[in-house]
Design a protein around this ligand. Structure first.
Ligand code: ASP
Length: 358
């Protein structure tokens, strides 16, 4: 890639993950990997010195992203807010395990974004000779500084991994080892990074023209649950009585189908009507969308007040609920907002959906 004269400034935020891990017992390559300070890796990234950009590093507490939590997401959002005016773009180095959750959370926490926030990491530590880290990191820096390389601006929270650039709140980790570890099954890639970087401007969000700010509240009383054959009403009863629970992302079969027996449906009714819980229906399938009412096996759920999560990823449905309850809305508004496309996380608003002829 050739750079022009507009030398962009990029802030690289390091949060840990495999990219910055070393064996716990130094010198013992088979001891478990633990996150290390970024300083330990400076020598492994020679190409950074050759990139014609102004790159600053902000180091957060390095963690295995399995330890990621909503308070840490808010801390990342605060780092971006505090540096927003000084940088043209941001790169977040992050573990791959929960990268899609963090990308989704940031897409909701960062309000009125007009510049790139690119998340990346690697499947092998940067200190290993065959690591995918340098390529992922350098491509992400180039995307964050698109202007310097005559690339279109991507004013979104994205995941850049191997050769794809994905909308963060549409992405899923699909492999624990492949260098092509992420896809976005219900939305086209925003771009491709081979020898040349190609951005598909038709599928990118427009930059906001309003003032940037961040949201700093997320509701933690939410959960994800998979329906399975033979699920007992007792399990549902104890699940729905968890103290402080406000909403559940219910992963059902196919187009949103669930058991139709009366005991199962009674528990759902108790949850939505008596306990005033919000239940959002998404599919266990890797691809496709919930269409409640298409089968009888989902029509009753709809009648009982279960909300359609359309084609959202589990991460998007869960984090969107955390975000909406975090704004302090009451459940009626949360239900309404939940079915609207707020950050490109679902393909259509339920309210605009045409009635199917089935
Ligand atoms: N456990 C690691 C993490 O998510 C895995 C990775 O980064 O690939 O932090």
């Amino acid at each position: 890639m050739t750079a022009n004269d507009s030398k962009c400034k990029v802030l690289m935020i390091y949060t840990g993950g495999t990219i910055g891990m070393l064996p716990k017992e130094e010198g013992n390559p088979i001891s478990p990997l633990v996150p290390a300070k970024w300083e330990r890796f400076k020598d492994f990234v020679p190409s950074l010195r050759d990139i014609p950009l102004d790159i600053d590093l902000h180091e957060m507490t390095p963690i295995d992203s399995s330890d990621m939590h909503p308070d840490y997401w808010i801390d990342i959002a605060r780092v971006i807010r505090d540096n927003y005016e000084d940088f043209d773009g941001f790169v977040i180095l992050h573990g791959t395990d929960t990268m899609t959750y963090t990308a989704t959370a940031l897409s909701f926490l960062l309000e009125n974004l007009d510049r790139p926030v690119i998340m990346t990491g690697s499947q092998s530590p940067i200190s290993q000779p065959r690591s995918d880290a340098v390529q992922n990191m350098v491509t992400s820096l180039i995307l964050a500084a698109g202007k310097s390389f005559n690339l279109p601006l991507i004013p979104e929270v994205c995941i850049c991994f191997n050769n794809v650039i994905l909308r963060g709140n549409r992405a899923r980790k699909v492999s624990s080892s492949s260098y092509s570890g992420f896809t976005s099954p219900n939305y086209p890639p925003l771009g491709e990074a081979g020898k040349y970087i190609k951005i598909d401007t038709k599928v990118i969000q427009k930059p906001s023209t309003k003032g940037f700010f961040i949201n700093e509240n997320l509701e933690k009383g939410v959960m994800l649950f998979d329906v399975f054959p033979g699920i007992s009403p007792k399990i549902l009863d104890s699940l729905f009585s968890i103290d402080g629970l406000k909403g559940i992302v219910f992963r059902t079969y196919g187009a949103g189908n669930a058991p139709t027996n009366k005991d199962f449906l009674k528990e759902i009714e108790k949850a939505t009507c008596e306990r005033n819980l919000m239940i959002v229906n998404i599919t266990q399938c890797n691809q496709g969308m919930v269409e409640m009412g298409l089968y009888d096996a989902s029509a009753t759920l709809l009648r009982l007040g279960v909300i359609s999560g359309m084609d959202m990823t589990p991460e998007a449905a869960l984090v969107k609920m955390m975000f909406l309850f975090g704004l302090g809305y009451d459940i009626k508004i949360v239900k309404e907002q939940m079915q609207k496309n707020l950050r490109g996380e679902q393909s259509i608003d339920l309210f605009n959906q045409e009635r199917k002829n089935f």
